[in-house]
Design a binder for this molecule. Structure first.
Ligand code: G6Q
Length: 554
């Protein structure tokens, strides 16, 4: 596959971008009354309005040419059909099979994996029903009231984000807690909030070798045994989610209490597997299956819709347009939905771990700019913090705005206020405010003369800043499933054009390798000299501070 910059459509897009630099969105909207209809799409209960971007029909045509030259359709089929597209790890990529609600066979190495998938879902149903109905009892015979998920990265971010997003569907007598950080404060503070007699720990780790998770799991296990006065309590209070039966058993969790998943599920794509157990416990298996169904609907759309009507294809190409042709360094995500507060953090891992690569499948250095920096916060709060930079700063930050048509918790007309804020921001970012408009406004407010001249440049908004808006009826499990799958496939589309492996993560290895040596160096009080001077200095400073309490380093 040629480097993406060598595709003919890439070159055409470069030329086209030069023309587009001279055209404003104000003009494009004024010129075409149907711009919204032309540049909006719907699937899986999600409306995607991408009209407030610097694009024309020609732009989209060239995106589709590029997708064709990059053989995107073949790549999509290769993923869905279980080919080992994660070549550096020699694995298939089949999170889509986890939510294959049609139950049609999906083969890995000649074996249909759907019976395994459905088998684990059935076990999850039995277990979650028992806990939720109060039939699963703790070591003193009390029902479970608190669930603590211990995991990190893909075994944490999905469960946290989705559990939080579906709060209106929670069982009223259950609470969920999540511990990921190896900083013991998080576990200690969590344990202070729960009762050993009524707490269920889920140790979620694909490999069951991740030090952060195992250290935290051991702390929880010791705490439980200390409180209960017997190891026998562990069996009623610990379950595991993993691909590694041996390690789970070595930790002391019975195979019976392990929920399996498989190496063809990437960590950051694992929320659809038994990694979703805390979600299923909190919202019930019916809702969890609705969540899978929403994702399945988006999968089918992605696999079968024509590229020009295909939400993930259009979103992926749009993001690539900003990233590679307008040199946008970051992409912001603004949910106008409090329940999606952790969605930007979730997408950070999904996008940056998937597409933060600089080597193509052919082992060559990519000549294209790959994954952007993803960041974001609930939009309403952002408006009172960093939106200034979006409106008047020197950088262009393409942003996704997400909003529900209906609130989960309606109070008076407060949801309309939220919506008005969301739509006003995208309108303001697109339109801006010209010098003439700003001047007229100042004069209307009685500002004249020198003060007007001084203030005027500060009151101008350049506008022409790209935003994309996603609207859904209500953040229910189905919609959330579709939304996450939409972003997963968007990431896939970009990876396919850049010809990079979106499913490995070798970049996290080096830090892990070096941690062990440094941990040993930190164990005693000896002066350390074996690293670079900065690393030596930092280790020695910590030792000095912990020895002397405070004061100068040395
Ligand atoms: C995700 C990554 C990474 C992984 C964590 C936890 O795609 O691989 O975030 O999920 O490192 O790994 P374990 O689940 O194996 O503990």
């Amino acid at each position: 596959m040629p480097d993406c910059s060598r595709f003919p459509a890439w070159k055409k897009l470069k030329e086209h971008q030069k023309d587009m630099q001279r055209i404003s969105m104000r003009y494009l909207f004024a010129e075409d009354a149907n711009r919204f209809e032309r540049f909006s799409l719907q699937a899986g209960g999600i409306l995607l309005d991408y009209s407030k971007n610097r694009i024309t029909a020609l732009t989209v045509r060239l995106w589709l040419e590029l997708a064709k030259e990059a053989r995107l359709s073949d790549a999509i089929e290769a993923m869905f059909s279980g080919q080992k597209i994660n070549r550096t790890e020699d694995r298939a990529v089949l999170h889509t099979a986890l939510r294959n609600r049609d139950h049609t066979p999906v083969f890995v190495d000649g074996r249909d994996i759907m019976p395994d998938v459905d088998g684990v879902l059935a076990r999850m149903r039995t277990f979650t029903d028992e806990v939720r109905n109060g039939n699963w009892l703790g070591y003193t015979g009390k029902r479970i009231t608190d669930i603590v998920n211990i995991g990190i990265g893909g075994s944490d971010l999905g469960p946290v984000m989705v559990t939080q997003a579906l709060k209106p569907y929670w069982h009223r007598d259950l609470r969920a807690h999540f511990v990921s950080n190896v900083d013991p404060s998080q576990m200690i503070d969590t344990l202070a909030e729960v009762d050993p007699e009524t707490t269920l720990f889920i140790v979620a780790s694909k490999t069951f070798t991740t030090p952060e998770t195992l250290l935290n799991a051991h702390v929880a296990r010791r705490w439980l045994i200390d409180q209960a006065g017997s190891e026998a309590a562990v069996v009623r209070h610990f379950v595991a989610v993993s691909t590694n039966t041996e390690k789970v058993q070595a930790f002391g969790i019975d195979k019976e209490h392990m929920f399996e998943f498989w190496d063809w599920v990437g960590g950051r794509y694992s929320i659809w597997s038994a990694v979703g157990l805390p979600v299923a416990l909190m919202v019930g298996m019916d809702h969890f299956e609705d969540f899978l169904s929403g994702a399945h609907a988006m999968d089918q759309h992605f696999r079968t819709a024509s590229p020009e009507r295909n939400l993930p294809v259009i979103m992926g190409m749009l993001s690539l347009w900003h990233n590679d042709f307008w040199n946008a360094e970051s992409q912001a995500i603004f949910p106008y939905d409090q329940y999606l507060a952790r969605f930007p953090a979730y997408l950070q891992q999904l996008e940056m771990e998937s597409n933060g690569k600089s080597v193509t499948f052919d082992g060559k250095t990519s000549r294209c700019q790959t994954g952007p920096v993803i960041w974001g916060e609930p939009g309403g709060n952002g408006q009172h913090a960093f939106f200034q930079l979006l409106h008047q700063g020197t950088r262009t930050v393409p942003a996704d705005f997400l909003i529900a048509a209906e609130s989960q918790r309606p109070v008076d007309r407060q949801h309309e206020v939220l919506q008005a804020n969301c739509f006003a921001q995208t309108k303001a970012l697109m339109l801006g405010k010209t010098r003439d408009e700003a001047k007229a406004e100042l004069m209307r407010n009685g500002v004249t003369g020198k003060r007007l001249e001084m203030l005027l440049p500060h009151k101008v908004f350049p506008g022409n800043r790209p935003t994309t808006t996603l609207v859904y009826r209500k953040l229910d499990p189905y919609t959330l499933g579709a939304l996450i799958a939409l972003y997963e496939h968007k990431v896939f589309v970009q990876g396919a054009v850049w010809n990079i492996n979106s499913f490995d993560q070798w970049g996290v290895e080096l830090g892990k390798q070096l941690t062990g040596g440094i941990e040993t160096d930190l164990a005693d009080d000896k002066q350390i000299t074996g690293h670079d001077s900065s690393t030596n200095g930092l280790i020695n400073a910590c030792k000095h501070l912990r020895r002397n309490g405070n004061g100068a380093t040395g």
